[in-house]
Design a protein around this ligand. Structure first.
Ligand SMILES: NC(=O)c1ccc[n+]([C@@H]2O[C@H](COP(=O)([O-])OP(=O)(O)OC[C@H]3O[C@@H](n4cnc5c(N)ncnc54)[C@H](OP(=O)(O)O)[C@@H]3O)[C@@H](O)[C@H]2O)c1
Length: 259
């Protein structure tokens, strides 16, 4: 294998730990299919975000990075510039490196908005008065930002009262009937713990509810299976995952095309 420094353009993912990576497969496939031979995508598990400047210094050919747990927020002080969306969300999942400077973006915002519009047509979107967001982490921040932009009011559901607006135990019949869209932004149900699901009384859901799961592996989580059984319309996290990666590529390839 060629040395990483020998590629013209290097890309990668920072996070810790990095067990499996959709991004590495996605971009390696892309380079292969599109005959991009001078680029490579590598995983960079950083034990501390403070290791980032050294990584940038070590690989002068680094053009772009994806950022995953636990650094989407912690990376912000290391950036030279941050785009408006990412600043408002308070989380960065994509970095462009240009002339040694780091520019931060949040492509989850784009991915979530576009996939939500694919899930719900304009008429259906108008029927959504309120949304429930399960979880209060980084992904929930991007979801909140998009809902606000679309004029959909929302409540956050957390395991701890101080972090959200509601607890799971508050989700009784009256409460659930007031919300038409329920978005799972927790990792509950994700492989390998595929038998787990958010703690809701699924019998209280009906065909007026739309369930969106940000989890993409498995494609049909127990959350979605249970919702479907109740007549809900369902959407998984795969379209969002692809859309956020495509957006990252749009940001990076512009840089490559210029050179
Ligand atoms: N499809 C996509 O493109 C896409 C993009 C981004 C993220 N994701 C997925 O979204 C999920 C969340 O990502 P994230 O970065 O926001 O993760 P995170 O910050 O680690 O966790 C999100 C929130 O989930 C809740 N949570 C965590 N463990 C839980 C448990 N065992 N039971 C109930 N609630 C729990 C916590 O909220 P409380 O403490 O308030 O309960 C936590 O803040 C992951 O599965 C990730 O893969 C998908």
């Amino acid at each position: 294998m060629k040395k990483l420094s020998a590629y013209k353009h290097l890309f990668g993912l920072i996070g810790y730990p990095i067990a499996h990576s959709f991004s590495k497969n996605y971009f390696s496939d892309k380079f292969l299919k599109e005959g991009i031979n001078d680029s490579y995508y590598e995983l960079f598990p950083l034990k501390m975000i403070g290791e980032l400047p050294d990584l940038i210094h070590r690989f002068q050919n680094l053009k772009g990075l994806n950022v995953t747990i636990p650094y989407k927020e912690l990376v912000i002080p290391f950036l030279d510039e941050i785009d408006e969306n990412a600043k408002e969300v308070g989380a960065v999942n994509t970095i462009k490196v240009e002339s040694g400077k780091l520019f931060g973006y949040n492509t989850d915002v784009y991915g979530f908005e576009k996939s939500l519009r694919q899930f719900l047509n304009q008429a259906q979107l108008k029927t959504i008065k309120k949304a429930l967001i399960l979880g209060t982490g980084g992904a929930a921040k991007a979801v909140k930002y998009v809902l606000k932009k679309l004029g959909i009011s929302y409540s956050l559901v957390s395991r701890k009262i101080k972090k959200g607006d509601l607890l799971y135990e508050d989700l009784d019949e009256k409460t659930l009937s007031a919300y038409q869209l329920i978005i799972n932004t927790t990792p509950v149900g994700m492989a390998p713990k595929t038998a787990t699901f958010p703690d809701l009384n699924y019998n209280l859901l009906d065909s007026n509810h739309f369930l969106y799961d940000l989890v993409y592996n498995p494609e049909k989580t127990v959350f979605l299976t249970k919702g479907k059984k109740q007549g809900c319309m369902i959407m998984n996290g795969l379209p969002m995952l692809h859309l956020q990666a495509e957006k990252a590529w749009e940001i990076w390839s512009f840089l490559i095309d210029k050179k």
